[in-house]
Design a protein around this ligand. Structure first.
Ligand code: PLP
Length: 412
């Protein structure tokens, strides 16, 4: 049972989400799969719907007022992302389909231009495949070396290990801000500083952090940072890449097509300035408008407030998880984000998720798109992950459910 008074009334927040209202065809769920995707508030759904209903037109094509309005909304979304991340200017924000596409963009565009045979890229053992496979492929293609920064037994990164990995051939350190499995919050500003001291760039995968804590690209001093709208209460199909302007200027386009050239003739091709240079074709306009509303939703609560609340909830969850016999939690404690990957006795994580689902509790199970990390941990895990609309009652239900799982599989 809850013993603390919490800084947010999550039931009040849930009222802003249709997903949590009764629906004739849907069971009401305790949703603890937020690291996979978050639910969407009315404000986001209404912003998207209002765009499609009243403002739909293509952007940056000129010609009529509707197009001008759509362009204005799209560029306002870019401005909002820039402000949200504290970028120096909106031109440092490129819209992508999400984190995965943003990292692929950097690996293809910057990587193929600036990582040569014999160069090194450092990634960590805890990366999601989105921040692993593009670098594996790049290394293979360029004849570069991929170096793996291993984790400690309690699921952290040791900065001394990075110091020994960095050499004058290191071009990039690519690191996740919050691990989608271990819940560890990596010291990205310190990591970027070490990378820069060695003459390398630093990329931060912020897919799991932007909705849960303040993220300031200037304070981190990262060269690249990216996130997905759908993990931050926004729509799928939209995300953002932040990159320092000088890098975007030096990088070739990722895809080519409409909207990214100043002039084309048979003799001559002049690319547009960033960010247009990286947004070939019709972009996800309604989705960008939805992302704008999602960032407004987050900031209407306040990221420091969200961080503090989720921290309180995480402490409560850590305490309660200890009560479940045979449960092994991965990642550091108590300083961590609200992502809890665990094994329970010898019960297969899919079975854990199935029994919980029958009790209307949604968690995830598997390798969480981080196979090398899964191998290090000893296989698949069950994973519960929090968002600002969760509360202690949800954690209590999870704990009760886990006791039930043990019973079902004969552990009592
Ligand atoms: N990075 C991390 C840490 C993630 O957790 C995820 C998704 O789970 C991704 C990258 C990929 O995000 P998306 O599938 O939205 O591109």
């Amino acid at each position: 049972m809850a013993t603390t008074t919490f800084s947010i009334d999550a039931s009040e927040i849930r009222r802003q989400f249709p997903f949590f209202q009764p629906h004739p065809e849907m069971r009401s769920l305790i949703y603890l799969d937020n690291a996979a995707t978050t639910q969407k508030p009315y404000s986001v759904i209404e912003a998207v719907s209002n765009f499609w209903a009243h403002h739909n037109a293509n952007v940056h094509r000129g010609g009529h007022g509707a197009g001008a309005k759509a362009s204005e909304l799209y560029e306002a979304a870019r401005q909002r992302v820039a402000q949200f991340l504290n970028a120096r200017e909106p031109a440092e924000i490129v819209f992508t389909r999400g984190t995965t596409e943003a990292i692929n963009l950097v690996a293809s565009s910057w990587g193929e231009a600036f990582v040569k045979a014999g160069d090194e890229v450092i990634i960590t053992e805890m990366e999601h495949h989105a921040n692993l496979l593009p670098w594996m492929r790049l290394a293979e293609k360029q004849g570069a070396t991929l170096k793996v920064w291993r984790i400690t037994d309690d699921g952290r990164l040791n900065l001394d290990d990075l110091r020994t990995l960095l050499t004058e051939r290191t071009r990039l350190v690519a690191v996740v801000h919050i691990s989608n499995v271990l819940g560890v919050v990596n010291p990205v500003a310190e990591i970027c500083r070490l990378a820069h001291d060695a003459g390398a760039l630093c990329l931060v995968d912020a897919a799991q952090s932007v909705a849960h804590m303040p993220v300031d690209v200037q304070a981190i001093d990262c060269d690249f940072l990216m996130f997905s709208g759908h993990k931050a209460y926004g729509p799928t199909g939209i995300g953002a890449l932040y990159a320092k302007r000088s890098l975007l200027e030096a990088m070739p386009p990722y895809q080519v097509g409409g909207g990214i050239v100043k002039t084309v003739s048979w003799e001559r091709l002049v690319w547009s300035e960033p960010p247009a240079k990286f947004e070939a074709g019709t972009p996800p306009i309604g989705e960008a408008v939805g992302l704008h509303a999602a960032l407004d939703f987050i900031d209407s609560i306040g990221r420091a407030t969200i961080e503090a609340y989720e921290h309180e909830l995480t402490r409560y969850a850590l305490e309660r998880l200890q009560e479940v016999p045979g449960l092994r939690l991965f990642g550091p404690t108590p300083d961590r984000a609200g992502i809890f990957a665990f094994m329970l006795e010898d019960i297969h994580p899919h079975d854990i998720a199935t029994v919980l689902d029958a009790r209307d509790i949604a968690i995830r199970s598997g390798l969480h798109c981080a196979h090398p990390l899964g191998a290090r941990l000893g296989g698949s895990t069950a994973r519960a992950s929090l968002a600002v609309y969760n509360d202690t009652a949800h954690i209590d239900a999870l704990i009760e459910g886990l006791h039930e799982v043990r019973k079902v599989f004969g552990y009592v």
